[in-house]
Design a protein around this ligand. Structure first.
Ligand code: ADP
Length: 422
């Protein structure tokens, strides 16, 4: 059976977040990394999420990548499409949310879609078109100082209108609160009036469910992962999706286990402390890495000796004062790249030494590891901690992977992740 839903996500961890949400809704989901090759076999799944890295690319690149992903998903037989971006609507007046939406609408020959980044579970709500992050307007939140996509206007109707040729409308809270019939009626009225893109207010999960119910006839949906909450139920009602249990099934992968940490977030530092207490660990000194090529080999020699007895931890993570001192010596980007390259080399060496279960902490670090290991896609399993699922790579020699961005996961995340990937 062909997949039902084809998703295009503008970054890696956002893709995983959406995939995790769909699996929780009972859809077997696969995440593909980058635009798939034309002749890539369509994996057996109800939903496919193509993870791009297009959030802050030049507009033309983001549009081209998104269109290529759409084409592949259309050829794979998907019947509904989802453009996933961040729940804080990360973009600039140039894009990329507006231009990508315009291009996907043109390719799908549709003149109406919605834009709904609301995700109440993570504090992202929309009221009267204004996006809130927790108790603050988006424009008062730390997102106003984001280095790449500073968000200084919380009114999503204005924000999106500056990025798109379409007319941007608002489906008001009162309509959403009145339920899905009211939302559907409003969508029909907007379509009849010439279409465009509608920002949709949503404050509670139940609003996302009633909006979700009204999305049955839209070929394209755009938003955060929250809006995917109501989709699996639509497919069940349409008779497209039968299974409710077993969507999160992934095969057990026998082999040695290791944890690689490159995130310096407070959560990751706590997780490292907890895991170190009862597992062998190796802390990499970035300053040594800068002038000594042999650190990676040294780590691997150490690890090869330890892994037969149980999981090991390799980390570069340090508290913020130490990181600042290292960045002053090496440069911020240079230090990051040097450590990511080392982590990538260590991951490759560990796999060559029989490691088949790998936990990686850090968004950029995960990206570096996945690309070093040539992972083309992931089957998404059960959630380990909010937003982080266990996964298994789709390749001939599968690896179990838990990839988490810095601040995710409880203090015992590493042990919990390894237990979830037996
Ligand atoms: P997060 O998800 O917490 O943002 P990332 O992996 O995305 O984690 O980013 C962390 C960055 O910090 C990476 O580029 C990593 O290489 C770098 N890094 C890790 N340890 C150190 C350190 N001790 N000093 C400087 N930079 C570091």
């Amino acid at each position: 059976m062909a997949p039902i839903l084809g998703c295009i996500a503008d970054d890696f961890t956002g893709a995983t977040d959406l995939a995790n949400m769909l699996v929780r809704g009972g859809m077997r989901t696969v995440q593909l990394i980058g635009v798939p090759d034309e002749n890539k076999v369509v994996p057996e799944a109800d939903a496919i999420v193509v993870a791009l890295k297009s959030r802050t690319n030049p507009v033309e690149e983001a549009v081209a990548q998104s269109r290529a992903a759409l084409k592949w998903l259309e050829n794979a037989g998907c019947r509904q499409f989802f453009f996933k971006y961040c729940s804080t609507f990360d973009s600039t007046d140039e894009g990329n949310i507006g231009p990508v939406t315009d291009a996907l609408m043109a390719d799908l020959k549709t003149d109406f879609t919605i834009a709904c980044p609301a995700f109440p579970e993570t504090g992202r709500t929309i009221f009267k078109g204004h996006l809130f992050v927790g108790d603050q307007l988006l424009s008062d939140s730390p997102m106003r100082n984001h280095p790449l996509t500073p968000m200084t206007d919380s009114n999503l109707v204005s924000v999106l209108q500056r990025q798109t040729e379409k007319s941007v409308k608002l489906i008001q809270f009162a309509t959403v609160e009145a339920g899905s019939e009211a939302v559907s009626a409003e969508m029909s009225a907007l379509k009849a009036a010439g279409g465009g893109v509608a920002i949709v207010d949503a404050v509670l999960d139940r609003h996302l469910f009633s909006i979700g119910y009204s999305l049955v006839d839209l070929v394209l949906i755009t938003g955060g992962s929250g809006i995917a909450l109501g989709l699996p139920e639509n497919y069940r009602r349409q008779g497209l999706l039968n299974e409710t249990a077993g969507a999160d099934a992934i095969p057990a992968i026998p082999g040695h286990a290791a944890v690689l940490a490159g995130s310096c977030s407070v959560a990751t530092l706590g997780q490292i402390d907890r895991f170190k207490a009862d597992h062998p660990s190796f802390g990499i000194d970035p300053l040594r890495l800068a002038d000594d090529q042999n650190v990676v080999e040294e780590v691997l020699d150490w690890a090869r000796e330890k892994i037969p007895a149980g999981p090991v931890l390799v980390y570069a993570s340090q508290p913020s004062e130490t990181v600042r001192a290292i960045q002053e010596r090496l440069g911020r980007a240079e230090a990051g790249a040097l450590i990511e390259e080392a982590m990538a080399g260590i991951a490759k060496g560990l796999i060559a030494s029989g490691v088949r279960r790998l936990v990686v902490a850090g968004g950029e670090t995960s990206g570096a590891v996945v690309s070093a290991l040539d992972v083309s896609g992931l089957r998404i399993g059960a959630q380990i901690d909010p937003g982080v699922p266990a996964t298994v790579s789709l390749d001939d020699e599968p690896i179990a992977l838990a990839l988490k961005s810095g601040n995710f996961g409880g203090p015992d995340f590493f042990a919990k992740a390894l237990a979830a990937m037996p």
